[in-house]
Design a protein around this ligand. Structure first.
Ligand SMILES: Cc1cc2nc3c(=O)[nH]c(=O)nc-3n(C[C@H](O)[C@H](O)[C@H](O)COP(=O)(O)OP(=O)(O)OC[C@H]3O[C@@H](n4cnc5c(N)ncnc54)[C@H](O)[C@@H]3O)c2cc1C
Length: 473
């Protein structure tokens, strides 16, 4: 797509900025030092733009978009800025549109098990509000404190419960979106069944701010179990971890809430840094599996975990397991999985990958990748963890970004992505494409799909006002 925006422009005209101030008020347009006072999120590049605007309604956003079109100023939507693929990166001559003031839970119906929220509501605040009704959003991410529902829709976020409740695409019932021409698409349906023509909300889910700016979302909610029980299993292989997962899926009491895998190299880092150990738990197993069950009675759930242990120990006698007996212990076990920041403190800007692999292929895929990565550089020993029940693996190199030459990066991507399409997996499981993975999408996507994506984008946003350079490039 050839954007008709003022390419290379590094400044925004006074006329444009005056118009934006008239729309949102002087206090809600940030420039210069005022931007530096905001939190840029996972990367400072999010605030490369000349200005940040903080609208409070869909109508204000529509007016900003019309102004952007008229002045040919690209608009980059941002929610919690936790995106990991550079979807929110911005540059001089552009304006960032933050949804932080669209932070109201508009409706929460325990009868319908539906919430209608503004795009800037964080996952954690929705979780807190639904908790009062013993409900949950059915999706959970470690970045819950900052990630917004609008951002999660836009990246089609997945997370811990995707194997049970689906990814964001399966949680959304309806949506309101400001289109690239400033019109407002409104389809805030609150029902599961709706076959009234094309289901256009799916265009915007996973579009990463390139096809419209999401302003409101109607989301399905799920019952929150009264009790949970969590165990960590130390296991000899992926096959053993999948056995445990399957036993978790077929428990006689309660249901499986999470099956999170932590391979040894990453486990050593988190267990080491947090000084975690447990009696009789051997920290040297090739893979550790965090298994969480939900139900109404904690003791019965713990009985189920003990039963799983007995069955698995018969097949794999060398296993270890520890069951959390308090909420504090449960939180400690989760920290072993979720504190991925520790990796980036050891290796600044370590290259990370987010792939989906069919469950029966995981063992072979990882064996091949680890071996071929060592051929590129004998020092490479990636940190591995992921949402095992749905096959989503996170692979982070034990190398800082500065150590990676373009040739080495390309070689690593070839190793990790080469066979994924052929085995029925995906090179981008839940983080999206952003700017970081545009070249991989271009190289690996079905050409008909990629051409169709570009055609849709050109049809919806011919001037390429929204998030230029992202997703389709
Ligand atoms: C520690 C950590 C753990 C994480 N774990 C997970 C995980 O388990 N699963 C997972 O899926 N992701 C995970 N992520 C990634 C990230 O949290 C998700 O991608 C999240 O959905 C981004 O939400 P956000 O509000 O921060 O969006 P942002 O980062 O602000 O934006 C992301 C993209 O969406 C666009 N966007 C944002 N808001 C809107 C809007 N209202 N309308 C249109 N476009 C918009 C932006 O332009 C950008 O392209 C993790 C990130 C971190 C830092």
């Amino acid at each position: 797509m050839s954007p008709t925006t003022v390419e290379g422009a590094t400044d925004l005209s006074p006329a444009f900025l005056d118009e934006i101030r008239r729309i949102v008020g002087v206090a809600n347009l940030k420039e210069g030092q005022a931007i530096a006072n905001l939190d840029y999120g996972v990367t400072a590049g999010n605030f490369g733009a000349t200005a940040v605007v903080l609208p409070a309604s869909a109508n204000e956003i529509a007016a900003i978009v019309r102004c952007g079109v008229a002045h040919r100023v690209p608009i980059i939507a941002q929610g919690g800025r936790t995106g990991l693929v550079g979807g929110g990166l911005s540059s001089p001559g552009q304006i960032v549109l933050s949804t932080s003031r669209l932070n109201r839970i508009v409706q929460l119906s325990p009868i319908e098990r539906v919430a209608v929220v503004e795009a800037g509501v964080t996952l954690q605040s929705l979780q807190a509000a639904t908790l009062e009704h013993r409900l949950e959003p059915g999706i959970d991410l470690p970045s819950r404190g900052s990630a917004t529902i609008g951002g999660m829709v836009s990246t089609n976020a997945g997370g811990i419960s995707a194997f049970r409740y689906g990814v964001m695409r399966h949680r959304v019932l309806g949506m309101e979106v400001v289109m690239p021409d400033g019109s407002i698409y409104s389809d805030l349906t609150r029902v599961v069944k709706n076959s009234a023509g094309y289901d256009l909300k799916h265009l915007f889910i996973g579009a990463e701010g390139t096809l419209g700016i999401v302003t409101r979302i109607a989301l399905k909610l799920e019952p929150l179990p009264a009790a949970t029980a969590t165990a960590l299993f130390g296991l000899p292989s992926v096959a053993a971890a999948l056995d445990v997962t399957n036993l978790g899926l077929s428990v006689q009491y309660g249901h499986l809430r999470a099956a999170e895998a932590i391979w040894n190299s990453y486990f050593r880092v988190t267990a080491g840094e947090h000084h975690w150990s447990a009696n009789d738990y051997d920290a040297n197993h090739p893979i550790n599996l965090l298994l969480s069950l939900g139900g109404s009675d904690e003791e019965q759930l713990q009985v189920e975990l003990a039963r799983i242990y007995e069955i698995v120990a018969e097949k794999y006698p060398s296993i270890s397991a520890v069951v959390a007996t308090s909420q504090a212990q449960e939180a400690e076990l989760w920290r072993l999985r979720e504190d991925t920041d520790l990796i980036y403190r050891k290796h600044a800007a370590a290259p990370s990958y987010d792939v989906s692999v069919p469950l029966s292929e995981i063992e072979g895929y990882l064996r091949r990748c680890v071996c071929e990565l060592r051929c590129i550089d004998p020092q490479l020993d990636p940190y591995l963890f992921g949402h095992l029940a749905d096959g989503n693996l996170h692979i982070v190199l034990n190398a800082s970004g500065a150590d990676m030459t373009p040739e080495k990066t390309a070689a690593v991507e070839t190793v990790l992505y080469r066979d994924l399409a052929a085995i029925g997996g995906s090179f981008s499981a839940e983080h999206g494409i952003g700017s970081k993975r545009v070249h991989s999408l271009r190289e690996t996507a079905d050409p008909v799909k990629f051409a169709l994506m570009k055609k849709i984008r050109a049809g919806v946003d011919a001037a390429c006002t929204l998030n230029p350079g992202k997703v389709t490039g």
